[in-house]
Ligand binder design. Structure first.
Ligand SMILES: [Zn+2]
Ligand SMILES: [Zn+2]
Length: 354
């Protein structure tokens, strides 16, 4: 089988590796159909997020068909269409038992595709608790967005809007930006998206929930969406993680600034303002207890049009094209903001018809 292996920054290769089989009693082996490219992957490949284990197979946002199961598996059968939860947790440690499974102390590193072999490959092996059967009316493409949506559901749980009228800004119209807009909208807020790239903005515009807006700059968003050039910043979700220092002094009293981008950036903030204005600065990564199931529900119930956020599907052999569409050019070793009309790009190791 083929697998996309990570060695070091910019040093990745599609390689022939031994086929995976169910060897443990509770093993489930999945023939991967789709695996989304995540900001994490762009960071790993470009060297901006140096957390992956050398030699690991990348890819963690996957769906596919069950190919083999161990003798103890009863929840899925061979041939079932499934989505994969790539984030292992033990359920027994202090972090797991206090609703912080994303920080489970018994997992090594983070998740499959980073610390363990992932799903940019023909096959992926996990255990039965980490696959969920996809209903017939939901495509495997849509299901592949469950993991990023789970991270968004987990992050959105941490936001406590003082009122549903809170001015809410989402910075960046990538997959996480659009998913945050959807989830916050379902929670009753009316977010506005800010995206500098005209092509990405264009893609986002007709894929947003009713009543929300998308603009090229914060100034434009304040002036046109809130009709006030000084519109207060009550909630900011920054998917770029670049704007804390600039926007922190502008936050409204009781406001919350959430940073979810995995880019290294030093920022200094005034701690007197933090207290005096009752501000919150919070971060979020990965899934929390039940967020994967919650995300799966939002996709299977049609509350979030996951498939419409997919801008491209590329065969595994053409993974470089998929990464390049998101600003990560492996050939020239250059990584910059995506300026194509791209959002979620899926890599497809297998049959594109399912
Ligand atoms: Zn991801
Ligand atoms: Zn644990």
């Amino acid at each position: 089988m083929k697998a996309l292996k990570y060695h070091s920054a910019w040093n990745v290769e599609l390689r022939e590796v031994p086929d995976l089989h169910a060897t443990g009693d509770d093993d489930v082996v999945v023939d991967i159909r789709y695996c989304g490219i995540c900001g994490t992957d762009l960071g790993i490949v470009s060297g901006n997020y140096p957390v992956a284990v050398s030699g690991v197979t990348l890819g963690h946002e996957a769906s596919g068909i069950v190919a083999e199961i161990g003798p103890a598996v009863t929840s899925v059968a061979v041939g079932d269409r499934v989505v994969i939860n790539p984030t292992p947790y033990c359920g027994r440690c202090r972090m797991c038992q206090t609703q912080r499974i994303n920080h489970c102390v018994n997992k090594h590193g983070t998740e499959s595709g980073v610390s363990y072999d992932g799903a940019y490959a023909d096959r992926y092996r996990t255990t039965s608790a980490f696959v969920h059967r996809v209903p017939d009316h939901v495509s495997l493409r849509a299901a592949a967005l469950t993991e990023p949506l789970s991270c968004v559901v987990a992050g959105a749980r941490k936001l406590r809007p003082p009122s549903l009228t809170a001015n809410t800004y989402v910075i960046g119209a990538g997959p996480l930006g659009l998913l945050y807009t959807w989830v916050l909208s379902l929670k009753g807020l009316t977010p506005v998206v800010v995206e500098h790239s005209p092509a990405r903005l264009e893609f986002a515009r007709d894929r947003l929930p009713d009543g929300t807006g998308a603009y090229e700059s914060l100034e434009e968003a304040r002036g046109k969406f809130f009709n006030d050039p000084q519109a207060p910043l009550d909630i900011v979700v920054d998917t770029t993680s670049m704007l804390l220092e600039e926007l922190f002094p502008q936050m409204a009293c009781g406001g919350t600034y959430m940073s979810i981008g995995l880019k290294e950036k030093r920022a200094s903030i005034d701690t007197m303002l933090l207290a005096d204005r009752s501000l919150s600065v919070i971060g979020s990564i990965d899934s929390l207890h039940g967020s994967f199931v919650e995300a799966f529900h939002l996709i299977t119930s049609g509350r979030i049009p996951a498939e419409r956020l997919i801008s491209d599907v590329v065969p595994l052999e053409q993974y470089r094209r998929g990464f390049a569409a998101l600003g990560c050019d492996i050939d020239t070793r250059r990584f910059g903001p995506a300026d194509q009309a791209s959002c979620k790009v899926l890599i497809a190791p297998g049959d594109l018809s399912e």
